[in-house]
Design a protein around this ligand. Structure first.
Ligand code: ZN
Length: 199
């Protein structure tokens, strides 16, 4: 049977599992690219210059409104059936966003081969990984431009949220995996060799 409300159902499952969720803006079609004909997406907030497209809360919602109550989830996603699923960082986990041109599974294999514990991992499109870690704070090496630490006061998007790049978030390692501490993971990512040197 076709899943008519995939985001509502997923949000409900997260809430049942104790992960507080709140609706985020999401990608909407803006038109076709004049040259390639490809679909162009923009943030549902309607601001062409949105700084965090499809990654900020809808309307008056705040991170404090994130809820595990079934009634809240049903009401909110019935009102916003395409809403991305956000959860506040710093409650159950923080995240480390990592952008890398290499094969994601090779990145994970390299980390695990070097004794680094990898917990739940999200993929948000080509080259974009997000590692969930124990709530911080953690130190992020200042010199490494591809690492972004997402901690208290920020949000983490959960699958099947979508990006304006027309990608759907997916788990590379499941949410059930044990959360590792963030510092060893970040230190290891900062030392990750070039893609051809990881084998
Ligand atoms: Zn926006």
């Amino acid at each position: 049977m076709q899943d008519l409300f995939p985001l509502l159902n997923a949000a409900f499952d997260f809430a049942l599992g104790g992960v507080a969720v709140v609706p985020s803006h999401y990608p909407v079609p803006r038109g076709e690219h004049p040259c390639s004909g490809a679909l162009v997406l923009e943030c549902s907030c309607g601001n062409l210059w949105c700084a965090t497209p499809a990654r900020h809360l809808i309307g008056a919602y705040r991170l404090d409104d994130a809820s595990t109550a079934a009634a809240d989830v049903c009401r909110r996603w019935m009102a916003h059936p395409d809403g991305n699923i956000a959860t506040p960082a710093g409650l159950l986990f923080d995240s480390v966003q990592f952008h890398d041109p290499g094969d994601p599974e090779q990145v994970l294999a390299w980390l695990e081969g070097h004794g680094v514990t990898v917990g739940p991992v999200l993929q948000a499109g080509p080259g974009s990984l997000e590692f969930l870690v124990k709530p911080g704070p953690i130190r992020v090496p200042q010199t490494h431009g591809t690492l972004t630490y997402v901690g208290h006061g920020a949000l983490v998007l959960l699958p099947p949220s979508r990006t304006v790049g027309d990608d759907v978030l997916a788990w590379l390692r499941p949410l059930e995996a044990e959360l590792p501490p963030g510092d060893p993971l970040v230190d290891a990512l900062a030392q990750l060799p070039d893609p051809l040197d990881r084998l």
